[in-house]
Design a protein around this ligand. Structure first.
Ligand code: 3NM
Length: 216
């Protein structure tokens, strides 16, 4: 898979949360998102030990292979390599794209969170495979970050030619505004994995994306 991912199939990118459903494993919740049509998954675990992250990464690698979707690891290029994930996701304060590329080689994807036009342009220039564009709305999942609003989504749509995913506070209630601003791909945590029915939320978001395609 890796660099040969079919971005046409990736409309909804879902990121893990660690405690969204007490009593349910991260893998079980993420399987629900795949049943609902998620096209790419990311393991994001900011609190666990390395061995916990590794264990979750192994389980999610098995799951995503079963569903044939790309799997990205946040923050840990070494774990991405160890479990043969499809790539890593970096933040602006993490290692550079160049450093990550040196570690991972050309076959893996590198994604990076961007929060303004300068970040987006730099990411593309440095060889990112995709960017996150956000947080579009305020979100408790990444507290303390100012919302960039749908204005940055529209800007990203005209600025970069690599794929971008809009992220941050996106729900079934506000997704239409994000799509209207130019997002072809959405990414979410709490609205999906915090829901009682993650598969249904995925289907609804995907329906909105494909309805917008048809209206074009
Ligand atoms: N990255 P939710 S916003 C993980 O803007 C993350 O880079 C963001 O979670 C960015 O869907 C965000 O619960 C949180 O708002 C997304």
């Amino acid at each position: 898979m890796s660099k040969r991912v079919d971005w046409e199939k990736i409309r909804l990118y879902v990121i893990t949360a660690q405690d969204a459903h007490p009593g349910k494993s991260v893998t079980d919740v993420m399987e629900q998102t795949l049943i609902g049509g998620a096209g790419m998954l990311q393991l994001r675990n900011k609190t666990g030990s390395r061995s916990e992250v590794l264990e979750q990464a192994r389980a999610l690698r098995v799951l995503t292979r079963r569903y044939g979707v790309p799997f990205i690891v946040n923050d840990y290029p070494d774990i991405a390599l160890e479990v043969d994930a499809d790539g890593v996701h970096l933040g602006q304060d993490d290692m550079s794209i160049k450093e990550a590329r040196a570690l991972l080689g050309d076959d893996k994807m590198i994604g990076i969170s961007t929060h303004c036009a300068e970040h987006a342009i730099e990411a593309e220039r440095e060889g990112a495979d995709y960017i996150g564009v956000g947080p579009v709305f305020p979100t408790n999942t990444k507290p303390g970050k100012a919302a960039v609003t749908t204005a940055y989504v529209a800007e990203a749509a005209s600025l970069v030619s690599i794929p971008f995913v809009a992220i941050g506070g996106i729900t079934t209630d506000n997704a239409d505004a994000v799509i209207s601003a130019g997002a072809k791909r959405l990414c979410a945590v709490s609205a999906i994995v915090g829901s009682e029915d993650p598969a249904a939320v995925c289907r609804e978001l995907l329906y909105k994306l494909t309805a917008a395609d048809r209206a074009e």
